[in-house]
Design a protein around this ligand. Structure first.
Ligand code: SAM
Length: 213
């Protein structure tokens, strides 16, 4: 495995997160990190702007009157950012019970459940108007195969908005998976612009926006 070179901002949890070996590792690390995750990433030295930017993007393309699945919801930073922008129906999924417990405390979610995103989602086809996924398509976390699941659970004409760490957009196979899904005719690529992610340390991500056919 190639060692990730993405700057961690000298945060040992970020360093450990980029070296996760799979869902069991992720559960253990994030259960341990959950109670101070928000404080660590809100720190100006990290400048974790991705949740607010993704929420802004989703509301810009889909409007606030949508049902949203927040996949890899963590402590609920994205749900809270969506709720601030008027979104009222948000379900969250995450592999870590510790993170889900923090998300519950935000009051932003209709439901929250433990789900491993490396497996098929426990969700019917076309269930949501939109799926949002922030910070979870990254080193050691969830690979590109989940994009087909996001498209499957989103209704036709609905939206998928996801951040993908810029330095693995191509090397991690995410771009190829988007091309494959577009080629299959199940989705259209609206944009995949580079956007600030952890702005305090200069880390960027692709802000992927797909519409579902
Ligand atoms: C960097 S955090 C992002 C959380 C939140 N979206 C945010 O922006 O703050 C990554 C999240 O992915 C979750 N995660 C990692 N692997 C996962 C998996 N296989 N299935 C579901 N969630 C996973 C972690 O538990 C963690 O909450």
């Amino acid at each position: 495995m190639t060692e990730p070179t993405t700057p961690s901002g000298d945060n040992t949890y970020v360093e450990r997160a980029y070296r996760l070996g799979g869902p069991d590792d992720a559960r253990a690390l994030y259960d341990e990190w959950a109670k101070h995750y928000d404080a660590d990433l809100a720190d100006a030295s990290q400048g974790y702007v991705a949740p607010a930017l993704a929420a802004e993007t989703l509301v810009r393309v889909a409007g606030p009157d949508v049902t949203v699945l927040d996949a890899g919801c963590g402590t609920g930073l994205v749900g809270a950012a969506l709720a601030e922008r008027g979104v009222r129906v948000i379900d969250g999924m995450d592999v870590s019970e510790g993170m889900l417990e923090q998300a519950r405390a935000t009051g932003a979610y209709r439901s929250l459940q433990p789900v491993d995103l490396t497996r098929a989602l426990p969700t019917a086809a076309d269930e949501y108007d939109a799926v949002v996924c922030v910070g979870t398509l990254t080193h050691g976390h969830v690979g590109p195969a989940v994009l087909a699941e996001f498209v499957r659970v989103t209704r036709p004409e609905g939206w998928v908005v996801a951040t993908i760490l810029d330095d693995i957009w191509e090397s991690g196979g995410y771009r190829a998976e988007v091309d494959r899904l577009v080629g299959q005719g199940v989705t259209e690529l609206v944009s995949a612009e580079t956007a600030p992610y952890r702005s305090g340390v200069g880390v960027e991500a692709r802000m992927l926006v797909l519409t579902v056919r």
